[in-house]
Design a protein around this ligand. Structure first.
Ligand code: ZN
Length: 273
């Protein structure tokens, strides 16, 4: 019911706006567009901020996943090296076992000494291999801890992302109606403005993030001193008088190129002259 009432109100408002549009000068039409465009941009900015939150979370989740993949690769390699070293150690142990029985069966002093020397050599190598295996095992464990920490960080990020996504959806739902309404208003405001002026307005609005228009500041009427309120540069009086004498002309700041407008009070005072 309320929605219907609002629709009726709006269409009555639209009719009034149409009537008003017909009587408006190009400057007034552009100012109206400027105002609606500003509201629209403001509303979108709120959405953009929420969207940026989601994107930022996505980015850090992506980075954490890449990091996790790298660590997982390193962990698997360290694990494989541990297994290889263990196989090597086992082979040595078996060899030592065999040499021990050879030692018992040895016939000569020379033979005994040779076998004993090999056994001792193997024992030293075995110690080395065991140390390497231990180091690889420690490395594997350390990597596993790092991966577990990353998983925790990932879970935390996912939670933050979910919250950000929920907030974005809420904001979208909240303002979608108003956004569509403003978009319609903007379309209506733009529809009465000549194509060239609209193109210029859109270009300036994009360049200056919605600041397509700038008010002419009257510094001193007597010495005809005027400036652009956006870039503060001086505006030749010729530009000012073009605005007061013609209601269908677009005048731009010579420096920042924004579309200029005059305060009604200043315009009126100058027109009287
Ligand atoms: Zn300027």
């Amino acid at each position: 019911m309320l929605a219907l009432w609002r629709t009726r109100q709006r269409s009555a408002g639209d009719r009034m706006a149409d009537h008003w549009n017909a009587a408006m000068s190009l400057m007034e039409q552009l100012l109206k567009l400027h105002r609606v465009d500003g509201q629209l941009r403001g509303l979108r900015t709120r959405l953009d901020a929420a969207q940026r939150q989601v994107t930022a979370q996505d980015r850090s989740i992506g980075a954490l996943r890449v990091q996790r993949q790298e660590l997982e690769g390193q962990r698997k390699q360290a694990q494989a090296r541990t297994v290889n070293l263990e196989v090597e150690a086992k082979a040595m142990e078996e060899r030592v076992e065999r040499l021990r029985s050879d030692l018992n069966a040895s016939q000569t002093q020379k033979q005994y000494a040779a076998i004993l020397s090999e056994v001792n050599g193997l024992k030293n190598k075995r110690t080395e291999v065991d140390e390497k295996a231990l180091a690889e095992m420690e490395r594997t464990e350390k990597l596993a801890t790092e991966i577990a920490n990353l998983d925790e960080a990932l879970a935390e990020r996912e939670k933050v992302r979910q919250i950000a996504e929920k907030e974005l959806a809420e904001r979208e739902a909240e303002i979608s109606e108003r956004l569509a309404e403003l978009q319609r208003e903007r379309d209506v405001a733009a529809s009465v403005i000549p194509e060239q002026a609209i193109a210029l307005f859109n270009r300036m609005a994009d360049r200056y993030e919605g600041e397509a228009m700038a008010q002419i500041e009257e510094i001193d009427r007597r010495s005809r001193d005027y400036s652009c309120s956006a870039c503060n540069m001086q505006i030749p009086f010729e530009s000012v008088s073009r605005l007061t004498s013609s209601s269908a002309e677009v005048v731009q700041c010579g420096v920042c190129q924004r579309i200029l407008y005059l305060q009604e009070e200043v315009r009126g005072a100058l027109a009287k002259k």
